[in-house]
Design a protein around this ligand. Sequence first.
Ligand SMILES: Cc1cc2nc3c(=O)[nH]c(=O)nc-3n(C[C@H](O)[C@H](O)[C@H](O)COP(=O)(O)O)c2cc1C
Length: 191
Amino acid sequence: MQPIGPINALYPTPTTLVGAVVNGKPNFITIAHIGIMTLNHISLGIHKSHYTNAGIKENEAFSVCLPSEALMVQTDYCGIMTGKKTDKAAIFDVFYGELETAPMIRECPVCMECRLERIVDFAEHDVFVGEVVQTHVHPDVLKEGKIDIARVNPLLFDMASKHYWALGERLGQCWGEGKKLKRKTELRGNN
Ligand SMILES: Cc1cc2nc3c(=O)[nH]c(=O)nc-3n(C[C@H](O)[C@H](O)[C@H](O)COP(=O)(O)O)c2cc1C
């Protein structure tokens, strides 16, 4: 193994479009630094210089929308333009759910509305932690009532290559594949 310095190597992450109402209008920001805190809590690392932060703080609400590959150009656009100067919401069909201040994008196959729960104050970033209060999906991405990621076709983000990537093949069963090794080690009396 070769050390390469303190590089965060936890990519890919899904590329998301985060919606907030800022100065009374919907705005969308591209965010790749997202995290799963618990099954129903999401974190977003947003630089303090961005336009979006004030809207999330004011309304205590945001949305996290998952664009599919087909929305790559629009997603990248929301990551290079700022709501300070551009109405980015104008390129989307915007809708609202239960939290009336978490704008969502009808073109995205999955959108979650989140209530702000806490802000972790880093030197340059606000880390917003929100609770998912409702999830809206295109019915065609559901399989037996659950979200099928193959149908969502998420746009993956990689910092090292600075490219968008696509999802690969399904490989095996979680909480299942390891049982083969478990059985082997048990046979060896190694448990
Ligand atoms: C693919 C991609 C991912 C990004 N991820 C983040 C991120 O996780 N955190 C962040 O603060 N900015 C991120 N950005 C930058 C913001 O999306 C960008 O600065 C945006 O213009 C800010 O919008 P706003 O000023 O309307 O809030 C990303 C940009 C791109 C293109």
